[in-house]
Design a protein. Sequence first.
Length: 239
Amino acid sequence: MEESFYQSTPEQLQKELLFVVQGLKGQILNQSSLAVGLEWKKSLSAENEIKVIKANNEEQLKKVCQEMANCQLCQLAKTRHNLVFGDGNPNAQIVFVGEAPGADEDEQGLPFVGRAGQLLTKIIEAMGIKRKEVYICNILKCRPPGNRNPLPGEISLCEQFLKKQLQAISPKVICALGTFAAQTLLKTNVPITLLRGRFHSYEGIKLMPTYHPAYLLRNPSAKKPVWEDVQMIMKEIQP
Ligand code: URA
């Protein structure tokens, strides 16, 4: 029978097959290195994005701090020694919000540095975190004379700065320490005993109210519920 013009010899077939296989191999290698390259590029841009967000938080926080430097909005400006803006990591996952600076805080310009502050540091460390990893601030940035309770007018004038601080940091969880912090942030009159122990929402951020460390100094038996509350926060911030 006459061989058709397209029929190949076994040797030719072998060569053709080898050529096809080598071509396919090349294509597969090209595509996978392209995919690896793309993944690498993606991870690089994600890293850069995180760096930008981190720098932004710090910048925004600085702006809020500058905005309220030498604030004269309320009468507390006349009696304060230092405005206590806040302290800690601008990229913190947790922000602790207290009531107002006391005598030690007013003297040093830093939040929670007195006896209640030392207890707060112990609570934070018991959570397995360093104090410098979280952010700490107060509802009021200036000390009410004689440590009296904050007045509604003082809270409403000062609250805007806390709001901007929390927006800048954008933490995963806010821990409101005591009645004033919890009730101010949640816009409620419900007592802290009923608010604590479960998450609420503050502008889309999870908020856990708990007892104030100063209350714990007077009522050590309240340490147990506080420990339960902070354990819920720890679960929330686990990666
Ligand atoms: N109590 C607070 O509420 N805030 C402080 O900074 C210190 C004590």
